[in-house]
Design a protein around this ligand. Structure first.
Ligand code: IPE
Ligand code: MG
Length: 231
């Protein structure tokens, strides 16, 4: 979700104004997923690197998260949304971390939409924490070093229990991944759009889906093999 600051700047307003507008886009994106039958949505809300922003912007963002949690969780729960925060949650203020955990517990049995919110998340952090946890399993004698392969490492990564990611969307015009979900997007289709996040509405999402629908996903195979499999 990139482009909040530039969206505000174009309107000669402070960056936090853009973050407010971005929140509305989050809401409409979740509603779009519910309408369109999309069953998993992962949002990059705050990266491990975002702490380096000016202190007032960081605290404005934290304030926004807190308020959004209080305001939206009830309704999302009513819609059957399961909320999960991925990232290093221990870095957040206790009040915020407690609210995040409460939202996760409360919605844990919901199945209509998996809503994953990445906060203080980094793809390298994810892989590193998985490595540390599997090392602990080795230390405990639960698994031998020689047994470690991709399949055995995977369960330790964030989102391991969810379907592989189909589509990765970055708004705001930059063409980079910025340390989001590195392992998990090995075979995802990547879609870059210049649309700034606050302007990412249903029409913009439809464009991304139409683009995705036109891709041929080969997963390392040939076109002919994929055609044969499709019958
Ligand atoms: C993304 O918008 C929102 C967060 C990272 C929280 P930016 O704040 O990065 O907006 P630009 O890139 O400055 O336009
Ligand atoms: Mg940005």
């Amino acid at each position: 979700m990139d482009g909040n600051g530039r969206w505000a700047r174009k309107r000669l307003r402070p960056r936090t104004f853009g973050h407010h507008a971005g929140q509305k886009a989050v809401r409409s994106t979740i509603e779009f997923c519910l309408r369109r039958g999309i069953t998993a949505l992962t949002l990059f809300a705050f990266s491990s690197e975002n702490w380096q922003r000016p202190a007032d912007e960081v605290s404005a963002l934290m304030e926004l998260f807190l308020k959004a949690l209080d305001r939206e969780v009830n309704e999302l729960h009513g819609y059957g949304v399961r909320i999960r925060f991925i990232g290093e949650l221990s870095a957040f203020a206790p009040a915020l971390a407690a609210r995040m955990n409460a939202a996760m517990d409360r919605t844990a049995a919901n199945t209509r939409l998996e809503l994953n919110i990445a906060v203080n998340y980094g793809g390298r952090w994810d892989i590193t924490q998985a490595a540390a946890r599997i090392a602990r399993a080795v230390q405990a004698g639960e698994i031998a070093v020689d047994q470690i392969d991709e399949r055995r490492l995977e369960p330790y990564l964030c989102l391991a229990d969810q379907a592989p990611i189909d589509l990765f969307i970055r708004t705001g015009g930059e063409q980079r991944l910025s340390n989001f979900l590195l392992w998990q997007i090995a075979y995802a289709e990547i879609y870059f759009t210049a649309t700034l996040w606050p302007d990412f509405d249903a029409a913009a999402f439809e464009l991304a889906l139409a683009d995705f629908a036109g891709r041929e996903r080969r997963f390392g195979k040939t076109s002919a093999q994929i055609a044969a499999e499709a019958g």
